[in-house]
Design a protein around this ligand. Structure first.
Ligand code: ZN
Length: 437
């Protein structure tokens, strides 16, 4: 379509020019030298007084992390934790705190030169763990064990620590900062919290950049959002007595065959592409041929094309498995049918490596004495990245200080030195990106 593209060249150029004019006029939309901005923040006595506040408050930040960890927050069940976090956010000194209709907790900290837009600094409220999971925190020295403690509950407390430290140090920022606890970051939540924030909420179209503070090591920066597709596959059949109706098609056999074939799909290491079966179920009793059988599948890729290839292959495999079972056993009463229901669809996207916030994060991490590790993942940042809004998922913990994420023996080491240093680095990213004065 070469001739068409040249026709569009002129209008596109004029749009680019008017955008450039806009950028120059807007306070802090573009920082001339992101690394110099980081150096300025780090050298400033008020930043140092904020890090001193984080140091002094370390014990409280840990306790404030334990509190919400012990309030269960399964997907779609974040309400009690959200209410507690809203209370804590208010107590930390933010006046304008609200819970939006989707369940996100929002707290605004006004800037001095507000341009009507906000920089979001968020952490997620939800965990992967179902209702009924024991979420009591167990301590072993400086190590805390509890499902969800690192991913991402301690980050909520770190946000509170940031708000208080900024207040104690008397920090003003150019930009308005919207502190957010999001719902639905994990699995079945399908990013419903950020989806609402960016597409429906009162701050829709008013967010100029986005930070998600996640469990990871402070040197980890997620600048690319891995796309994912999740399916619930259900095989159905006539069912029957395991002895009396022997020879009848069995949906579990079809599903097992599909699982084996699915596991054989070849994927590239780069762009990283993965797949897994995370849940299976079905049947009613051991001596019945089941009426139905289901499994939930997760597929991810850094590449839209690779994701589509695995998805297409999977859909073919489940159909072939049903056909194979119908061929192998009796369909006298009914055939095996298969239904593939899309239960998760996370948009892919990425923040350009040359974007200011990437440069700021890299400079701040290096200044902290760490080596930046830029990576792709699937986080709340996927949504803004997909919309072209600069977004990063950043860390706030010491290197190698958390582990066994998404397992019942998840842990977080809260040893003071490494934790305070990491939080201070994380805070310097936020302050450099919001124009600390
Ligand atoms: Zn997480």
């Amino acid at each position: 379509m070469k001739p068409t593209s040249s026709t569009f060249l002129l209008p596109a150029l004029s749009i680019a020019l008017s955008y450039a004019t806009l950028v120059v006029g807007a306070a802090h939309a573009q920082t001339a030298d992101p690394a110099a901005e980081v150096r300025r923040v780090l050298a400033s006595p008020i930043y140092q007084s904020a890090t001193a506040a984080l140091d002094k408050e370390h014990g409280r930040i840990v306790e404030d992390g334990i509190k919400p960890t012990e309030i269960p927050a399964p997907p779609f069940g974040e309400k009690a934790r959200a209410e507690e976090f809203a209370k804590m956010l208010k107590a930390s000194g933010l006046s304008d705190v609200q819970i939006d209709p989707e369940g996100n907790v929002l707290g605004l900290r006004k800037g001095t030169r507000s341009d009507g837009k906000v920089v979001v600094v968020s952490a997620h409220l939800d965990t992967v763990f179902p209702a009924g999971t024991d979420v009591k925190v167990k301590r072993q020295g400086t190590k805390l064990y509890a499902p969800g403690i690192g991913d991402d509950t301690m980050s909520l407390s770190v946000l509170l620590g940031f708000v208080r430290a900024m207040k104690t140090a008397g920090i003003s920022t150019c930009d308005d900062i919207l502190f957010v606890g999001t719902v639905g970051e994990e699995g079945p939540g399908d990013l419903r919290g950020v989806r609402y924030l960016f597409t429906k909420g009162s701050y829709k179209d008013k967010i100029k950049s986005f930070f998600s503070v996640e469990s990871g090591d402070v040197n980890r920066v997620t600048h690319g959002g891995v796309g994912s597709k999740r399916y619930r596959i259900t095989f159905s059949g006539p069912g029957g007595h395991s002895f009396g109706a022997f020879g009848t098609v069995n949906p579990m056999f079809a599903q097992a065959q599909a699982a084996v074939e699915f596991a054989r799909i070849q994927v590239p290491a780069k762009p990283k592409t993965t797949y897994s079966i995370g849940l299976i179920g079905g049947g009613t009793s051991v001596n019945s041929i089941p009426v139905s059988s289901w499994m939930e599948i997760d597929m991810r890729s850094e590449s839209v094309d690779e994701l589509k290839r695995v998805e297409d292959r999977m859909l073919k495999i489940v159909q072939e498995a049903a056909d194979g079972e119908n061929f192998a056993r009796s369909t006298k009463n009914a055939k095996i049918t298969v239904e593939a229901k899309l239960i998760g669809d996370r948009p892919a996207g990425n923040t350009d490596m040359k974007a200011d916030i990437v440069q700021i994060a890299k400079a701040a991490i290096e200044a902290g004495g760490y080596t930046p590790d830029l990576n792709w993942s699937s986080t709340d940042s996927n949504m803004p990245m997909n919309l072209g809004i600069p977004a990063l998922t950043i860390g706030r913990g010491g290197i190698g200080r958390n582990g066994r994420t998404h397992s019942l023996d998840e842990w977080e080491d809260v040893e003071k030195g490494p934790m305070v240093k990491a939080m201070a680095t994380s805070l310097s990213i936020v302050l450099s990106a919001t124009g600390m004065e």
